[in-house]
Design a protein around this ligand. Sequence first.
Ligand SMILES: C[S@@+](CC[C@H](N)C(=O)[O-])C[C@H]1O[C@@H](n2cnc3c(N)ncnc32)[C@H](O)[C@@H]1O
Length: 218
Amino acid sequence: MSGGTLYGEGRSRFARLLEWREERRPDLATLELRRRLLSGLRGRVVEIGCGEGRAFELYPQQVEQVLAVEPDPTARAAASERAADAPVPVEVVEGFAERLPAADAAFDAAVCVWVLCSVPDPASALREVRRVLTPGGELAVYEHVRSPRAPFRALQHALDALFWTRSLGGCRTTRDTEVAIRAAGFEFDWIEHGFCSSSLLTITAAPYILGVARNNGV
Ligand SMILES: C[S@@+](CC[C@H](N)C(=O)[O-])C[C@H]1O[C@@H](n2cnc3c(N)ncnc32)[C@H](O)[C@@H]1O
C-alpha cells in the first residue's frame, strides 16, 4: 500500500497548502527562529516530520548527515527536491515518529519543528526520539503550544474543535508539548516561550516554545 493511501489525502492537502502559503508569502520570523534553533547542531541528525524540507537549507556545516522522516508522500516529494540543494547530506525517507526507521542511539540530535502538534501519539513519538538518540543527545524543538492564558486557550480549544484539527492534518493547538518533553525524560538546556504568527488566521498557533532538550540517558 502506498504511503499516500495509508496517510490520507487530507494530510496531503495540508502539505500543499503549506507549500502554497510559503511560496506566496515567506514567513521570515519563522525562518529566523528555525535558523537559531538549528545553528548549534552537529553530527548525525534525524528530522522528524520534515514536511517539505524547509529546514534543510539551514543546517550548519557541523552536521554530518540528516535522516529526514516524513509520512506524507506529497510533502516527501517536495522535501526530496530540496534535499538535493541542501548544504549537508540529507536523505528523505518514509516513516512515522512513533516508529522511526532507525537503530537505537544512531543520532546525536533530533529535530521537531511544528510536528508534535500533529503526531497522533506524542508520548510514543518522544519515546522513539529518545531511543534513536545517543545518551546526552539533543532534541531541538520549535513547536506551537497551548497558551498559558485561559481565555486564549479557550479560543484555541474552540477553533480546534470547529475546524482547525480536521482541516489541518490533525494539528492541535492545545498541546502542552513542554510538559510532554519533560515527562518523556528530557531536560531542557534552554527554552524560550514566545508568540509569533504570520497572520490573524493562524493566531491560535502563535504561542510557541523554542529550545534544546537533552536525553538524560536514564
Ligand atoms: C505543520 S507540518 C511541519 C512540517 C515541517 N516540520 C516544517 O517545519 O515545515 C507537520 C508535519 O508533521 C508530519 N506528521 C504528521 N504526523 C506525523 C507522524 N506521526 N510522524 C511523523 N510526521 C508526522 C506531517 O506530515 C507534516 O509534514
